[in-house]
Design a protein. Structure first.
Length: 243
């Protein structure tokens, strides 16, 4: 079992995230792959023609922007919702049920999508304006998926709930988000590098797509777990809970 509602320092955040992830690695990776594989096959394989295209080490801005947008609006929120339900099941002493978590995650997708879309529009406008406002809003609204799934918030209320959790802890949130993404980038590169080398050697983009799928299937659920534990950490700190 794992206690969710308590403050955690950076060591505990990483330690608990890794412990839960590795203890139920098959479930988390399988659930993540169940979302990522069909999405990437459609977006990368069919939409960007990577099934048949030559390998390009320097894709255009448009080719990079499309999968990034789909990941931000669809893949990451959906996997986060699924991982939240799995984490709660583990915390309550039960087994991580892949089927129940998968269904519960998809049931939350509609309100989650619209809330994340609102956040994306605000962040994009902030980035276009002066860049800094966009970064500020991205951190303030980082916990929109958690607000939707755990608090039942909808639309603008989800953005407000996320902002309330981050209030007074903006720099802590910003720093930890940067650190965990840098940490997750290492295994992501390790997993995708052999496929990138194969894609370059054969001049076939499909191998690069396979590497992307493998890397995302492993790193995305870990990032979701870390973000959710950080959300509980900030809530506990705001409530004044003892460490």
């Amino acid at each position: 079992m794992i206690q969710l509602q308590r403050p955690r320092d950076i060591t505990a955040l990483f330690g608990d995230s890794l412990r839960v992830f590795f203890r139920h690695a098959f479930v988390f990776i399988a659930l993540s792959a169940a979302v990522i594989v069909p999405v990437d096959l459609v977006v990368l394989g069919i939409g960007l023609e990577q099934f048949t295209a030559d390998y390009d080490e320097t894709p255009s801005i448009a080719e990079a922007a499309v999968p990034t947008a789909v990941g931000f609006l669809v893949v990451v929120p959906l996997i986060t919702a699924i991982c939240i339900h799995t984490l709660r099941a583990v915390a309550e002493g039960g087994r991580a049920s892949a089927g129940q978590s998968f269904v519960a995650g998809f049931e939350a997708f509609t309100p989650l999508f619209f809330a994340v879309l609102l956040a994306a529009v605000g962040i994009a406008l902030g980035l276009v304006a002066l860049i800094v406002p966009g970064m500020y809003l991205a951190v303030r609204w980082f916990f929109v998926p958690q607000a939707v799934v755990l608090e039942g918030a909808r639309g603008p209320d989800a953005l407000a709930r996320s902002s309330a959790v981050v209030q007074g802890f903006w720099w802590r949130t910003f720093g930890l988000v940067i650190v965990v993404n840098l940490a997750a980038a290492v295994p992501g590169v390790v997993l995708s590098a052999p496929f990138s080398a194969l894609a370059s050697a054969t001049d076939r983009a499909v191998w690069s797509m396979v590497g992307t799928i493998c890397a995302e299937s492993v790193t995305t659920p870990f990032l979701a777990l870390f973000a959710t534990l950080l959300y509980y950490d900030l809530r506990a700190r705001r409530a004044g809970a003892p460490a």
